[in-house]
Design a protein around this ligand. Structure first.
Ligand SMILES: [Fe+2]
Length: 143
């Protein structure tokens, strides 16, 4: 896969995760509602900014950024979820999604660095720290 296609897949995955996080922010139910509702708000705000950052990195490299839901769903590494799941299931799904992003970024960062694209490697290195922290925070709700 060409590096620009890989970066587009990261944008698509980030966008789907952003929508999914906001979906769960709206629809989570149960005694932990307020805690999870607020935690997910912080997360989708970060993901929204990252959508813009990753898309504009693609433009800075001279390519068009994917910008439709159809393209995002086709290229995303994660799937959407229904809105009527138990709170713990929502948290587990999001933890798994952030972990999938961590695994993919670990694989990709050295590829961008070795190809001389340090700007993209640096941006993705910052993103991996965010996703690693979310895996920890989300999983901490499940013990
Ligand atoms: Fe809200």
């Amino acid at each position: 896969m060409k590096s620009i296609e890989t970066l587009s897949a990261i944008l698509a995955t980030n966008f789907v995760l952003y929508v999914k996080t906001q979906n769960f922010h709206w629809n989570v139910q149960g005694p932990t509602f307020m805690m999870i509702h607020k935690m997910l708000e912080e997360q989708y705000e970060n993901l929204a900014e990252a959508n813009d950052e990753i898309a504009e990195r693609i433009r800075s490299l001279g390519f068009l950024a994917p910008g439709s839901m159809k393209e995002f769903l086709a290229a995303s590494l994660i799937d959407e979820s229904p809105n009527d799941l138990p709170a713990e299931k929502m948290i587990q799904i999001l933890a798994d999604d952030h972990q999938a992003m961590v695994d993919k970024l670990k694989e990709l960062i050295p590829v961008f660095a070795e190809s001389g694209d340090d700007g993209t490697a640096d941006m993705l290195t910052a993103r991996i720290q965010f996703h690693q922290e979310k895996v920890w925070m989300l999983k901490s709700h499940l013990v």
